[in-house]
Design a protein around this ligand. Structure first.
Ligand SMILES: Cc1ncc(COP(=O)(O)O)c(C=O)c1O
Length: 421
């Protein structure tokens, strides 16, 4: 434990004081100085892909640090940023042609919203509305909070958030209704909606809620028909979390803007990307300052982060990584079926490498539910990091998790459910 700490920790009641001091990471494990090995069942807030301390990424960062650690990104560029932009565009679904760098998921979302709004401003078209999904989470900065579901995270700032229209997705488990789509169609038909933003197929922080591609395709097709710009927030779902390179890879109607972060650097360094289609960037191609996107962070396109990201992209393209991801998807799918057979009332759900269930679903999704502390402590006592979202228990392991790691994790969950579900 970190004693006499002066650190204020995020999402921690009472500011903190009881944190476990981690000394190093190795594959899917976080290790304390005393040698306690904790399995990272949530990829350290969903950022880690290949395992902690992966030598290929660590060495790429070290090499880059000896060459160029940072350079102002206005008026200057560098090879890792140029190579990464080309690499990410090749990796994305077809049609994307530009990459804008920031340094986290929230700012990738801020930039996407700004690009969409400024696009219409530059085109001289008045569109005042933004559409988002209920139960969504897009980050903690003000614009990202505004397009996220209103709840305990944003309650103190409610009066300062701009107006957004929210619609309910058609969830898969429990099955949702069509009302959200009907409301969206009515709004989109007015031609006043500038942008729609969605976490495609899985709403992470909202409770690992899953909804189907057919529903999203219909929503995006309607948006495209009426000229609304489509933003896919793939900060969580990107880089094979859902079993395909991006959740958008499962869609027939592709977005206009994609936000990436978290797994972008394999979880080693902060970096954000907002990628867009040529059509979005075109009105900005003017020499005068009036057409400039006035957004840029000090550490935009940090060379170390870009080098880490290039190394991670390289690892993602290796056949053994594909095998690992496919194995993890298969194990999570089989486990979900097992939970469904014995505990169908917990709404078990799975997509790709992600598994989730809701303990006491009759209480609804509740971030401060007492089950949160129960689940967290129960598994931590067994050296398993399973940090729930309120009463939602979920697993998002790194792709290097072994079959025996997953077997142990799954069987501990069954034992827990037999006692508490
Ligand atoms: C879908 C989604 N968008 C945006 C964010 C914000 O990312 P960051 O925490 O890097 O600002 C998150 C973080 O959990 C997220 O899940």
């Amino acid at each position: 434990m970190a004693s006499d700490s002066k650190v204020w920790h995020p999402y921690t009641p009472g500011i903190g004081g009881k944190e476990i001091l981690i000394d190093r990471g190795e594959g899917a494990y976080l290790i304390t100085k005393e040698g306690r090995r904790i399995f990272d069942g949530i990829s350290s807030w969903w950022v880690n892909l290949h395992g902690h301390g992966h030598p290929v990424i660590a060495q790429a960062i070290a090499r880059q640090a000896e060459k160029l650690e940072q350079v102002v990104f206005a008026g200057f560029t560098h090879e890792p940023a140029e190579e990464l932009a080309a690499g990410v565009l090749k990796f994305l679904p077809p049609g994307f042609s530009r990459v804008f760098y920031t340094d986290n998921g929230s700012t990738a979302v801020e930039v996407a919203i700004k690009m969409a709004l400024q696009f219409f401003h530059l085109c001289g078209e008045k569109r005042s509305k933004i559409l988002a999904l209920e139960n969504s989470y897009h980050g903690d900065t003000f614009g990202a909070m505004a397009v996220g579901a209103r709840g305990p995270f944003s309650a103190a700032f409610q009066d300062w958030l701009f107006d957004v229209e929210f619609i309910l997705p058609r969830y898969t488990n429990p099955k949702g209704s069509e009302e959200g789509l009907e409301k969206a169609i009515r709004l989109l038909e007015t031609g006043t909606v500038a942008a729609i933003i969605a976490e495609p197929l899985v709403q992470g922080a909202g409770g690992m809620l899953m909804y189907d591609a057919g529903w999203l395709d219909e929503l995006f097709a309607t948006a495209r028909k009426y000229g609304t710009k489509i933003i896919a927030d793939e900060v969580f779902t990107g880089f094979y979390r859902t079993g395909t390179p991006f959740a958008s890879s499962r869609l027939s109607v592709l977005p206009d803007l994609i936000c990436l972060s978290k797994g972008l650097t394999g979880g080693f360094l902060p970096l954000g990307i907002t990628a867009c289609r040529e059509e979005i960037s075109k009105p900005f191609y003017q020499a005068d300052y009036g057409h400039t996107l006035y957004h840029g962070h000090s550490f935009t396109a940090n060379p170390l982060a870009c080098a880490a990201s290039l190394a991670s992209l390289g690892l993602l393209q290796k056949p053994e990584t594909t095998l690992r991801i496919n194995r993890l998807c298969g194990l999570q799918k089989a486990f979900c079926q097992k939970v469904e057979a014995s505990f169908p009332h917990l709404n078990p759900r799975q997509l790709g490498t992600i598994f989730a269930l809701t303990l006491s679903p009759e209480d609804g999704l509740n971030y401060t539910h007492p089950n949160r502390a129960l689940i967290y402590q129960y598994f931590l006592d067994k050296d398993l990091l399973v940090r729930p979202i309120g009463n939602v228990m979920y697993l998002v392991p790194p792709y290097c998790a072994s079959e025996s790691d997953m077997d142990r994790l799954h069987s501990e969950i069954i034992t827990f459910l037999e006692k508490y579900a």
